[in-house]
Ligand binder design. Structure first.
Ligand code: PLP
Length: 471
């Protein structure tokens, strides 16, 4: 399997190079050259198999000859061994024809663990085999940082530095990062905003000499391996509800479009997925796009679902690539124009197919709280604000397609205890942290305060990465 860039100008890469490269050199995202097919007989054979076995079979054609022998299975077993539920992504029925898939049983209580736990394992194995090391540097406004740190902690081939804006992440989010006790983990509290942190990371990426010296890598959601890890639960969910004999739809609370794009990938592989229902908060560029075919950038406004406070969804480019008939030069020109003018209009040719598959729904904070209250009243379950947006979008889609008997799986992307204030505001109940995180509020914190100053941050990285010392 080879990977090509959505902008058509970067070299084609194998799986390992795509994993280590992240963003393509022409500014595009890597996608597989063709979609391997999972035929009906192969789907039927997956029924009843454990999550890890399904994962290995779904991923193998994408991984090709890399991670040969038992290496892929080993990475999968270790990644999902950290989850606190045997099924990894269990389904809970909450109404007739409506299921919730709980993706929050990983170490940091958010669905990002599903992809990042595997990414950490893959990085480690591929780097060891090549005799290489990397320094992961990232910025976080909350969730991604802890998931990346948990994924990379104690990995011999990786040092990881996560920048967060000092005093501007919640106490639980900060402690999930700073109480990790591992020699290769470095938390940096920047005296500045999240944007300042992101600008520092970008500046380090653009400093070629620095970047090469520390072998800098990113773990953001444009990495193809993260999408691939997420394809697996669309497969297990569809098969649990009757694929290949019966179709199923998914509802997905969306920010960077990585999660729901994995559903599109599963559909492209032949899974009978009828609709992909996209939920947005008041930052609703995706809803506007799927209802009109046009996008216009507006300002990001903070909401109760902060992991979806995004205006330009980076993974949407992978879907647009297909809308442009996989012609990278055309997409590159359209993206340049979008960046310049803030406007984008989808080409007509394949729009019908996209509009048939994707259905989008937007909720403001008031509607999000109402949705959380409604689930609790009807089922007794507490759901976090992101998951509630997915559920409300699923209910909306069901209303607008009254005759459809297709079951819907709504993805629950965070544990309610990760957003206790919003849950309490909606239901009057404050969800408790799971027992394995009970130590969080008393454990020792490890972090370094630094000013918003590129040279100081680079000096800190150089002084603490183990890279230089081993070479
Ligand atoms: C990251 C995140 C999302 C958004 O996922 P995308 O892949 O960016 O669309 C939704 N919910 C939670 C809890 C998240 O952490």
């Amino acid at each position: 399997m080879r990977y090509i860039s959505t902008r058509g100008q970067a070299p084609r890469l194998g799986f390992e190079e795509a994993l280590l490269t992240g963003l393509a050199r022409d500014g595009g995202l890597y996608v597989p050259e063709t979609w391997p097919q999972l035929g009906k007989a192969a789907q039927a054979r997956l029924a009843g198999q454990p999550y890890g076995a399904v994962a290995a079979q779904v991923m193998r054609p994408f991984v090709g000859r890399s991670l040969a022998g038992k290496a892929l299975q080993g990475a999968i077993a270790e990644a999902y061994g950290t989850f606190r539920h045997q099924a990894v992504a269990p389904l809970v029925q909450i109404d007739e024809g409506l299921w919730l898939m709980e993706l929050f049983h990983g170490p940091t209580l958010a669905f990002k663990d599903v992809a990042l736990q595997l990414l950490g394992q893959l990085y480690d194995r591929v780097l060891k085999a090549r005799g290489e090391r990397i320094t992961v540097i990232g910025a976080t406004s909350g969730d991604t940082g802890s998931a990346a740190l948990e994924a990379c902690r104690d990995r011999a081939a990786i040092d990881i530095f996560i920048l967060h804006p000092k005093g501007r992440v919640s106490e639980v989010q900060r402690r999930q990062m700073t109480t990790i006790d591992a020699a290769n983990v470095h938390n940096i509290a920047i005296d500045g905003s999240f944007d300042d942190c992101q600008d520092l990371v970008k500046a380090m990426f653009n400093d070629q000499a620095f970047r090469d010296r520390v072998n800098m890598a990113a773990v953001n959601s444009i990495n193809w391996a993260r999408v691939l890890a997420q394809v697996v639960y669309y497969v297990t969910g569809a098969i649990a509800l009757g694929a290949p004999h019966r179709a199923v739809s998914f509802a997905v609370p969306s920010g960077n479009f990585g999660n729901v794009y994995a559903g599109y990938a599963a559909k492209s592989m032949g899974l009978p997925i009828e609709r992909l229902i996209v939920g947005s908060n008041r930052n609703d560029i995706l809803t506007r796009f799927f209802s009109s075919g046009a996008m216009k950038i507006t300002r990001v406004t903070p909401s109760l679902s902060p992991s979806m406070d995004i205006q330009v969804s980076s993974n949407l480019e992978r879907l647009l690539f297909d809308l442009f008939d996989r012609k990278g030069e055309k997409l590159a020109a359209a993206m340049q124009e979008f960046r310049r003018s803030g406007h984008f209009t989808a080409p007509q040719r394949h729009w019908g197919r996209v509009a048939k598959t994707f259905h989008a729904h937007r909720l403001d904070d008031r509607q999000t709280l109402a949705a959380m209250r409604d689930v609790h009243r009807r089922t007794g379950m507490l759901v976090d604000p992101h998951s509630a947006i997915g559920l409300a979008a699923a209910l909306d889609a069901r209303r607008s397609a009254a005759k459809s008997a297709t079951p819907i799986i709504s993805l629950a992307t965070a544990h309610p205890a990760k957003f206790p204030d919003a849950v309490e505001q909606a239901t009057g109940i404050r969800p408790a942290l799971p027992s394995h995180l009970a130590h969080l509020m008393s454990a020792r914190e490890r972090l370094t305060d630094l000013p918003n100053d590129l040279a100081r941050v680079q000096d800190f990285v150089l002084a603490n990465t183990r890279l230089g010392h081993n070479r």
